[in-house]
Design a protein around this ligand. Structure first.
Ligand code: BGC
Length: 482
């Protein structure tokens, strides 16, 4: 074959991999969309069902418990049923939860629908990075894995935008929109569209070769490796995969047990990066930014605009990670992110020390309002370009094949539990302790995240998934990529 014909062939493979990845990352879009769509609806839900502040918060956060459960089981189900069927289950859960939440008639059924939606988000949060890592060639894996985060950020942004458009059209979220149904209910109905798109795409994409080899469907696996990833010697690759999967039968939680406080040391690394990703307080911004800015004296419309701008920054900065993750490596990017987040959070904490008033009538003197704004957005810039995507990329790729499904599920579930804790406690703690202390805590976590990466996180850049087993023996821990 001539060089140019080879190049064209290679380009086609790259295009196919990207197509497949986009399909898998639509799960990320739903994750972003469904977790933040409740923002625009929460006040109306509160007044419609006459909920106390605590239960209003609970109605928001309870979905995150569903996410934790979904993430916990998705890995194991994906190993049993295959990646595609699990994606279809996710799509079905998104669908019924969007319709059910929209039609919710009482608090108990609202909570059930929110939990079911959460299960779908949890499934999508595990299955997309696993699938992407399994189908993408090593040299593009980081960039392709970051597509999931890009999809999450776009999902968050579109949810905010759609909420505000519906609210605008009805002249208020609690007002009737079409067919005498209130606008806040339509906010949830909109989720039906991406849920269906996800289901259709899940039907169209190929099954993961690693799953197929694990189920003795070697020929099918070789075909997909040849056609999708452009593998030159697919049969040999199948053999390699088989070698690494050899002992993979009935993997369960006991397989991630190990000498380090009862767990495999790499699983601890995954758990800590997952928890730290939430403990820096990102969702105090994405679930509560409008309330936050109003609480320090911004007008409602200023607060709303600020939130939308932050949503855009979040999307745009994710491209930074896509460009750099495979070039400068995961560890270096995470450390740069920790420093940036720390600076942003400290600036915001300093600004919040100037809070005047209490309860609902808190304000900030002008200069400090600007400082808080700069600090919070700097934090989002740093998070979006580093910890946001890189944590998902690393969870998808850092575990040896044999335990990937289970370990990824456990770590992602911890990410959701940490998210639940912060989302539930943030409103109460910022009232009782004050925002300065809460942001001080987030800054402390950003500082801890730097040292954690420095001393504990291995570099996984450019390694084939089959070689991740070596991380276990400590052979490649920790190296800097030059
Ligand atoms: C986090 C989410 C967060 C989002 C913001 C993701 O990586 O896991 O909790 O809402 O980033 O873009």
């Amino acid at each position: 074959m001539s060089t140019s014909a080879q190049d064209t062939k290679q380009d086609q493979h790259v295009a196919k991999v990207i197509g497949v990845t986009v399909a898998a990352a639509v799960g990320g879009f739903l994750f972003g969309f469904d977790s933040s769509v409740v923002n625009g609806a929460v006040d109306s839900i509160g007044s419609h069902f006459e909920l106390s502040e605590f239960f209003k918060g609970f109605a928001v956060a309870v979905a995150l418990l569903g996410c934790a459960l979904g993430a916990w089981f998705a890995g194991r189900l994906a190993d049993k049923w295959g990646r595609k069927p699990v994606m279809l289950v996710g799509s079905f859960l998104f669908l019924i939860s969007s319709i059910g939440t929209g039609f919710a008639w009482s608090v108990p059924d609202l909570i059930v629908w929110r939990i079911l939606g959460g299960l779908g988000i949890g499934i999508a949060s595990v299955i997309a990075p696993a699938y992407i890592a399994e189908i993408a060639p090593a040299k593009f894996r980081g960039a392709l894995g970051s597509m999931q985060q890009l999809a999450i950020t776009i999902g968050i942004f579109i949810a905010l935008l759609s909420d505000s458009l519906l609210q605008d059209s009805a002249g208020g979220a609690s007002n009737d929109l079409w067919f005498g149904i209130e606008a806040w209910r339509w906010m949830f109905f909109v989720g039906v569209i991406p849920a269906i798109v996800y289901g259709v795409l899940a039907l169209m994409i190929p099954e993961s070769p690693r799953y197929l080899v694990g189920n003795n469907l070697d020929e099918e696996a070789a075909r997909i490796l040849r056609e999708v990833t452009g593998e030159k010697d697919p049969l040999n690759r199948v053999k390699e995969i088989r070698l690494t999967l050899k002992r993979e039968s009935n993997v369960s939680l006991k397989d991630i047990r190990g000498p380090s406080f009862g767990l495999h040391p790499l699983v601890w690394v995954g758990i800590w990066i997952a928890v730290l990703q939430q403990f820096v307080g990102i969702n105090a911004i994405f679930y509560y930014s409008t309330t936050l800015w109003q609480s320090v004296g911004f007008s409602e419309s200023e607060s709303f605009k600020t939130s939308v701008i932050t949503g855009v920054i979040n999307v745009v900065m994710t491209f930074g990670a896509i460009l750099f993750v495979d070039r400068i490596g995961r560890r270096r990017l995470l450390k740069i992110g920790s420093v940036g987040m720390f600076i942003g959070l400290v600036l915001a904490a300093i600004a919040f020390t100037q809070q005047q008033g209490s309860g609902d009538s808190v304000t900030l003197p002008d200069t400090y309002g600007t400082l808080a704004l700069i600090g919070a957005n700097l934090f989002v810039v740093a998070f979006a370009a580093t910890w946001g995507p890189v944590m998902w990329v690393m969870l998808g790729e850092m575990f040896p094949n044999r335990i990937r499904g289970v370990a990824l599920g456990v770590c992602t579930a911890m990410n959701w539990i940490a998210n639940f804790a912060i989302s539930l406690l943030f409103p109460q703690l910022s009232q009782s302790l004050g925002l300065a202390y809460v942001y001080g805590f987030f800054a402390l976590c950003a500082a801890i995240s730097y040292f954690y990466v420095q001393f504990k996180v291995p570099e996984t850049n450019g390694m084939e998934l089959e070689d991740m087993g070596d991380l276990r023996s400590g052979k490649t821990i920790p190296t800097e990529v030059s």
